[in-house]
Design a protein around this ligand. Structure first.
Ligand code: ADP
Ligand code: MG
Ligand code: MG
Length: 876
């Protein structure tokens, strides 16, 4: 016997999610708990991997196992697949390890054909139901398996409704639906050139293969990249006997959360529709009822559902997101999973579960996705401005947050405007999975249709993007790219604002204010800080950034860049003068102008940091970045310096570099022009001495960081300049201040020779942006042009600039850590690349034994939580 590729629900359990997928494992678990679950079987994720290994084929062995399990299911159900007396219908549902909402498509009512539907109609004495199920099946199967778009069928339904003078699907009669089923089959044949498959076995295999195929559709690939899901996992397929919510008004279907997924409030939250099937609730075709209403129409089913909700939540010890169907007043559970929730809800639920003694503080810390905190760290509306603004409409507060941007009407436009640097609000009738890229770049999402569990709402909450859904008053004109609301027309590019917490829509730009950490957020961060061992610093170039970071819990600055401040219009002339200087004397004159500005900047930063450590990096970028390109600027600079314009132009063109990233930059500047390093050292040390004098209670120890070192001798050379200058400044001031000189490790050669370099360095800080660039041999600024093809071809699954490449770049970091410690056991190690705020990279830094990570101010809380999770995982 080879591997087992198919499991009955009764053969699995909740711990088997890798093999059975999340949906399948939970269906098995609910079965084990004795809950009313329509039975079925699961084709494993390994079968999916095998399908791809076999060249996109389900091999004979697996097919045989599937048919055998179908026989077992027939026994359990007491019905037969494709039978002429008591036919069994099934759903075919995808389910990977991590839930991927809306990414893969489900087929319902499989097993129907022209004969079987007649049998169903007779047997149930409900031909309307039988034909409703049949037309749905043809539509879904054609769309998902055969790639005949849904829209053709929807058009036929609309035509039928118009012809019959009705507005709701539920008003169509058995005859209408039968006619529709025939039209659908004809449409199918017209599009495909062959008949709709009538053999249930063929339908079944076709559907299973379609689920496997859908693992590799562009939407799924995009979602995986956004959520760090490897393509090697594969998806499982669930084959489950159908239960019917569309038999009449004694039936229905719904979705519910054990707590409110937007606010976290501990109250059952959900929606349902009578006489409906599956995705009707989320598709937004009819407006659903709230779950409370179920109590009135079907009290027994409601009571049982509430009881099951409680049991599930206690069992999984987390908020559950469930699907259910009621067939002739009998309740069936179709799905449960840990529910997606907004960041605010996640924090409230975690704290509440601790208070309810259901989980420990440590478990609460592990429960929050650090990336999700991002949504809470960004600006909220300015309360005064918000109060003054008058909403032009309001709809469902589907995903909280404040969004302000320009209206766009398609996902493609959203992406295009975003690339031009514009903030956008994506406004749609309703969203579909195809819109995901546009939703991702939008500040906010506004839809005309759909409830709290619509696609837009679910996806937006997952992304932490503000969303207001179901604004039926909007008159949409997709052709002219405009909409009308409250008597006014808004065109593409007009500003609007959305409040995702109240559902209000504003026809203007409303200013926003920065976020603060308080309440549940503060409580959870407090727990996180108890567990983490990594320090979290910030990358900050200005006192304002530094103060923001302190509010978010930063313990120091890991990187202050000393060049950004020179782009200000009052400073750049002196900087340019320094760069085009022809000799040392000229350069020193210009540097003398820069010194007080630089010293003032550092004083501001030391003041803001109140004695916490601050690492200051010396001048790093290629100098020509500062040079004037506009004719007027060149003329002005020439005049200022008393140069001929032509002469200055010649100097400028001589500074041109073919590969500036690998050109005259970093410590190479200080090697050519040591007077630059002298000036910067003087500025740092004087600033530190001045601030220390004002605040004797602080202990300021300047950390000077030399960038882009690849060879011990270049570090030794620059360090000597720094030490000489610093010691002279300290002696002249009669100060006893201590300082450190370290280096940024960002060139592969530095990693490999880290034992030598450590002899001259008090600390290493890994500059993983450049290190990634230099290790891969492509630049961050140019990689965008080709990384797309790399993702498509699965050569890379992640952007190495966003998530540290642990295999390659990580190996260099580990090497440098090991060699550095060998030479200098007390060496201080940190990271200051963008990666310092990426949770998986933070975990890597923890494992590698760094002492701190440093990231942008807005990511400090994310890094704090990620560091805590890394430490907790490490305990195990
Ligand atoms: P998704 O992952 O997109 O939610 P699902 O596989 O959960 O897809 O199914 C889509 C819809 O069909 C859901 O509303 C689900 O409850 C419903 N459904 C799935 N299987 C059955 C079944 N066997 N009987 C009745 N409804 C079903
Ligand atoms: Mg589902
Ligand atoms: Mg660098």
């Amino acid at each position: 016997m080879g591997k087992k590729f198919v499991y009955l629900f009764s053969e699995g359990d909740g711990s088997m999610r890798e093999l059975l997928g999340g949906k399948g494992a939970n269906l098995a678990e609910m079965t084990k708990l004795g809950m009313p679950v329509p039975q079925g079987f699961i084709v494993t994720t390994e079968a999916c991997t095998q399908y791809y290994a076999d060249g996109e084929k389900i091999n004979d062995e697996i097919q045989a196992e599937i048919y055998k399990s179908m026989e077992a299911l027939e026994k359990i159900a007491g019905k037969k697949f494709g039978d002429m007396e008591d036919p069994l219908l099934v759903s075919v549902r995808s389910g990977s390890r991590a839930s991927m909402p809306g990414m893969m498509d489900t087929i319902l009512n499989l097993g129907l054909n022209d004969e079987v539907v007649e049998v169903m109609a007779k047997k149930t004495n409900n031909p309307r139901f039988a034909y409703d199920s049949y037309r749905r099946f043809i539509q879904m199967y054609s769309d998902v398996v055969m790639e005949v778009g849904k829209k053709y069928f929807e058009e036929l339904i609309d035509e039928m409704k118009e012809k019959k003078g009705v507005t709701l699907d539920t008003d169509l009669t058995a005859e209408d639906l039968k006619e529709l089923a025939n039209q659908f089959k004809a449409e199918f044949k017209a599009k495909k050139g062959f008949d709709f498959p009538s053999d249930p076995k063929e339908q079944l295999m076709g559907a299973i293969m379609a689920v496997f195929r859908s693992w590799d559709n562009p939407r799924a690939i995009y979602y995986r990249r956004m959520n760090d899901i490897p393509s090697s996992w594969g998806t499982a397929v669930n084959i489950q006997m159908m239960v019917f919510g569309n038999t009449g008004d004694d039936s229905g279907t719904g979705v519910a959360f054990t707590r409110n997924p937007a606010t976290g409030e501990n109250k059952l939250f959900g929606e349902f529709l009578l006489n409906a099937q599956g995705e009707d609730v989320v598709a937004g075709v009819r407006t659903p009822e709230t779950i409370d209403h179920l109590k009135d129409v079907m009290p027994e089913a409601y009571e049982q559902f509430v009881e099951i909700c409680g049991r599930l939540e206690n069992h999984y010890r987390d908020m559950q997101d469930m699907e259910f169907t009621i067939e002739n007043r009998k309740l069936y559970m179709l799905q449960t999973r840990n529910g997606k929730r907004t960041a605010a809800a996640a924090l409230k639920i975690a704290c509440d579960l601790v208070d309810e003694k259901k989980i420990s503080e440590k478990e609460a810390v592990m429960m929050i996705d650090p990336k999700q905190l991002d949504a809470l760290l960004h600006p909220q509306f300015d309360a005064k401005a918000l109060k003054a603004a008058k909403p032009i409409g309001s709809a469902l507060p589907a995903s909280p947050g404040a969004a302000c941007g320009r209206v766009v009407f398609t996902a493609a436009d959203a992406v295009e405007w975003h690339e031009k640097g514009e903030k956008v609000i994506l406004t749609r009738l309703e969203t579909s999975p195809e819109d995901i890229a546009g939703m991702h770049v939008a500040q906010g999402i506004l839809t005309v249709r759909g409830g709290m569990t619509s696609h837009a709402a679910v996806v937006a909450r997952g992304m932490g993007t503000c969303c207001v859904s179901g604004c039926g008053e909007i008159k949409m004109n997709e052709e002219t790219k405009s909409f009308t609301l409250d008597g006014k027309t808004y065109n593409e590019g007009d500003y609007i604002s959305l409040d995702g917490s109240t559902g209000n829509i504003y026809g203007e730009a409303i200013p926003t204010v920065e976020a603060t950490i308080s309440g549940d957020f503060e409580r959870l961060m407090g727990w996180a800080d108890q567990y983490r061992t990594l320090d979290v610093r910030t990358n900050a170039d200005t006192p304002a950034d530094a103060m923001q970071a302190i509010k978010f819990g930063a313990q120091g600055i890991g990187l202050t860049r000393t060049e950004h401040m020179f782009f200000d219009s009052d400073r750049i002339p002196a900087m340019r003068e320094m760069i085009v200087s022809k000799n040392e004397t000229q350069r020193r004159t210009a540097l003398a102008k820069l010194l007080p500005m630089q010293r003032g900047d550092f004083e501001g930063i030391y003041e803001a940091m109140q004695g916490m450590p601050v690492t200051i990096r010396f001048l790093d970028p290629p100098l020509h970045e500062f040079l004037p390109t506009a004719e007027a600027d060149i003329v002005a600079l020439a005049k200022e310096m008393g140069l001929e314009v032509a002469d200055l132009k010649a100097t400028i063109s001589s500074l041109h570099e073919f590969n500036p990233m690998m050109g005259h930059r970093g410590c190479r500047l200080a090697v050519s022009y040591p007077e630059i390093a002298e000036m910067q050292t003087q500025a740092v040390i004087e600033a530190a001495i001045n601030v220390q004098k004002k605040h004797p209670e602080w202990k300021i120890v300047p950390e000077i960081m030399i960038p882009l070192v690849g060879e011990i001798k270049e570090l030794a050379y620059v360090k000597e300049v720094v030490v000489k200058t610093a010691d002279a400044v300290i002696a002249a001031a009669g100060s006893d201040i201590h300082y450190k000189v370290g280096t940024m490790i960002e060139i592969p050669r530095a990693c490999i020779t880290a034992d030598e370099i450590a002899k001259e360095a008090d600390f290493f800080s890994f500059g993983t942006n450049d290190l990634t660039q230099m290790t891969f041999g492509f630049s961050r600024d140019d990689a965008g042009a080709f990384l797309g093809s790399y993702y498509d071809k699965k050569i890379y699954e992640q952007d190495p600039f966003a998530r540290l490449d642990q295999k390659g770049v990580g190996k260099l970091v580990e090497t440098a850590v090991k060699l550095g410690r060998q030479a200098r056991p007390d060496i201080k190690l940190g990271i200051c690349g963008e990666h310092g705020g990426d949770p998986s990279s933070v975990e890597f830094c923890h494992r590698t034994g760094l002492s701190y990570v440093s990231c942008s101010p807005f990511r400090v809380p994310i890094a704090r939580l990620a560091a805590a999770q890394a430490a907790i995982k490490d305990e195990k």
